[in-house]
Design a protein. Sequence first.
Length: 262
Amino acid sequence: MSSQNGSTSYAVQAKDVNVYYGDFRAVKNINLDIEKNKITAFIGPSGCGKSTLLRAFNRMNDLIPISHMNGEIIYRGKNLYDDDVDPVEVRRRIGMVFQKPNPFPKSIYENIAWGARINGYKGDMDQLVEESLRSAAIWDEVKDKLDQSGLSLSGGQQQRLCIARTIAVKPEIILMDEPCSALDPIATLKIEELMRQLQEQYTIIIVTHNMQQAARSSDFTAFLNMDTEDRSGYMVEFSETSEMFTNPQNQQTEEYITGRFG
């Protein structure tokens, strides 16, 4: 994949993106510029296509046989959907953390090392494992039990292990699909604090149902809604988070963030 940066301050851009499942258009006409080293939140009611849009950024929808898309996702000056782009490489550069923590049924150490190894990492693996776990703010909790199963950890620890696993392959962008929805409030706050630390090195895009989380944790927010006619998700409004939550430009946005619908 071409690695020219161009002069853009954007990490990735969606241009006229439409994603379909068979004949059903799940999201339509999305245009979105994601700034580097910022946290961008996608909010909106269930079924409005937030996760579908998120997965378009690293071609995870390709894994669904009936899914197809048109439009462009531009990363480093290249459309990620061009025929000469390797989707596996895309997913290394643009990592993913899922809603439910999904550690491999391997040791904590191997959870981190495995992905790096299959991506051809030749450096000091012990150092990479420690650095990744430190970056995910979980090293102190697991350093004495690296040979234990990742599945032995609590839910919040498992999610931070999954974030460490994503970091280990050195992505530039991290996608998070409701990463706290299965976690208690204390674990949720740890993930939010961690996101703030990580944005110094990574661009983060998060899908969340939690308005407070979007308001606390993100720099920019995109509000999506579902079209009542064709049930497609579309973007209502996109702005700096502080602006959206204090001075939304669209009545739908105001009604959603104040809890009057959704």
